[in-house]
Design a protein around this ligand. Structure first.
Ligand code: C2O
Ligand code: CU
Length: 466
């Protein structure tokens, strides 16, 4: 299928140093400390906001996707080196319909590291899943070919090579992958310029002002937010309802999203697509890997109004909306969105403890070990617990799941966590139970913490659907 060699094994030493409790920031070649990034984190001020970058949308048919170093304009001519897909940060937005077939050739244009691309949320077989054992060397390519089985949703793509995912995502390899279907079509949701992907992340810069990665066992958090790769972004809006397709694209940072106006988001979907019905929320926590489908209503606001999308945890102004034009819209907010068939009657309960910063049920990841086997097309209850070092955003490949309960800690399942999810946030003292059924393919899949430094250190399991 491709010019595949066994991926270069990368030393665990850089992480073990951190896990053993030495300095939190482990230097890698040429990087300076956190302070350099902080100094470059320009405080948003009026008049210096940059227009939000919107990646081009492409149909992934006979599509070439190349991961390689590039120079990116973060806004207003502020250039940064980064590692990017097809020269963009984020990479192009892939757009498909349920029933289509995606044919994509990934080329590894990185200087010296293996890579492989995972289509987070997409229901694909093992060979198309970007499993780390499929990683390819620089100069090699990998051909993907898979039918689109998913319901309409915002999914995404990012690298998944063994122990290098955190670095490659932080260096900016990521993009949105949008699926459409007839259920979504029937709702006539805001589209065109009224549907906007928002890839949220944080970043750090080295002393030269280039995007830099500093692995940290507790999870990499950078001092500066980027929305679609734009520093201090703004978006000019009409007096209309907008549909924002929001992705938690950080390595480790959780965002608490809110509108500066105090207005509520109308949440219509999450990781696995549309909810059953719209729910409203003034604040929503978004963990790495999670997605939200949010409607924001700018109708009735006078031209000149500014509304800020904020992160209440870091106290960041993420994106400024400027109302610039009065329009008349006929869109009516749907209340019923989709039908979610509830998974019921699990035949097995499995418990997984996310331990320390590198283990699940006491085991660090071994690419060549299958940790458990799961029967095909069978509903199971999976229970996630942790003995500390959370938050752990738990992600499963190969199927979406339904969150049943969260006990301890926040002690609730939020309404926007209903429906279909593939990533769920597990905090300290919490137990989260989900029901899952692998009914797309048999084969070897992954479960892991989506705090990418935990994943890279080994908080990941192979399981086989049989
Ligand atoms: Cu988004 Cu296994 O990852
Ligand atoms: Cu974790």
């Amino acid at each position: 299928m491709s010019a595949t060699e066994s991926p270069r094994r990368v030393s665990r030493r850089k992480f073990l140093g951190a896990a053993a409790g030495s300095a939190a920031w482990i230097a890698t070649g040429g990087l300076t400390g956190l302070a350099a990034g902080t100094a470059l984190a320009a405080k948003p001020t009026a008049g210096t906001r940059n227009s939000l970058y919107i990646p081009p949308t492409v149909t992934p048919t006979n599509f070439g996707l190349t991961a390689k170093p590039g120079s990116i304009d973060l806004g207003g001519g502020r250039l940064s080196k980064a590692w990017v897909y097809n020269g963009g940060l984020p990479g192009p937005t892939l757009l498909v319909r349920r029933g289509d077939t995606a044919t994509i050739r990934l080329t590894n244009g990185l200087a010296s590291e293996p890579t492989i691309t995972h289509w987070h949320g997409m229901l694909v077989d093992h060979k198309n899943d970007g499993h780390p054992m499929e990683a390819i060397q620089p100069g090699a390519w990998y051909d993907y070919n898979f039918p689109i089985l998913n319901r309409a949703a915002l999914n995404w793509y990012h690298p998944h090579p063994h122990m290098l995912t955190g670095e490659q995502v932080a260096m900016s390899l990521a993009g949105a992958f949008i699926v459409r279907d007839s259920v979504e079509d029937a709702l006539n949701l805001p589209g065109g310029v009224y549907e906007v992907p928002l890839v949220l992340r944080d970043t750090a810069f080295d002393s030269a002002g280039n995007i830099a990665y500093k692995p940290r066992s507790g999870g990499f958090e950078g001092p500066t937010p980027l929305v679609n790769g734009t520093l201090n972004p703004k978006l000019d809006v009409d007096t209309a309802i907008y549909r924002f397709r929001v992705l938690g694209g950080s390595n480790a940072r959780i965002f608490r999203l809110a509108l500066g106006s105090g207005a509520k988001f109308k949440v219509i979907g999450n990781d696995g697509g549309l909810l059953a019905a719209t729910v409203e929320a003034a604040q929503i926590d978004l963990a790495p890997g999670e997605r939200l489908d949010l409607l924001v209503d700018f109708r009735g606001l006078p031209v000149g109004t500014k509304v800020m999308l904020r992160d209440l945890l870091a106290g960041w102004d993420l994106l400024e909306f400027n109302v610039i034009r009065q329009v008349t819209t006929t869109f009516t907010m749907p209340t019923t969105l989709s039908t979610i068939a509830a998974l019921t009657n699990p035949v097995t309960t499995r418990s997984f403890s996310f331990d320390g910063m590198s283990k699940i049920n006491g085991l660090e990841y071994d690419m060549n070990r299958i940790d458990f086997r799961v029967p095909f097309d069978t509903v199971e209850r999976w229970r996630f617990t942790t003995n500390g070092n959370a938050p752990h955003p738990v992600h499963i490949h190969g199927a979406s799941f339904q969150v049943q309960t969260r006990t301890g800690g926040r002690n609730t399942v939020f309404p926007w966590e209903r429906g279909w999810k593939d990533t769920v946030l597990l905090n300290d003292r919490e137990t989260v139970e989900v029901l899952v059924r692998f009914d797309a393919y048999k084969g070897v899949y992954l479960m892991h913490c989506h705090k990418l430094e935990h994943e890279d250190m080994g908080m990941m399991s192979n399981f086989e659907v049989y």
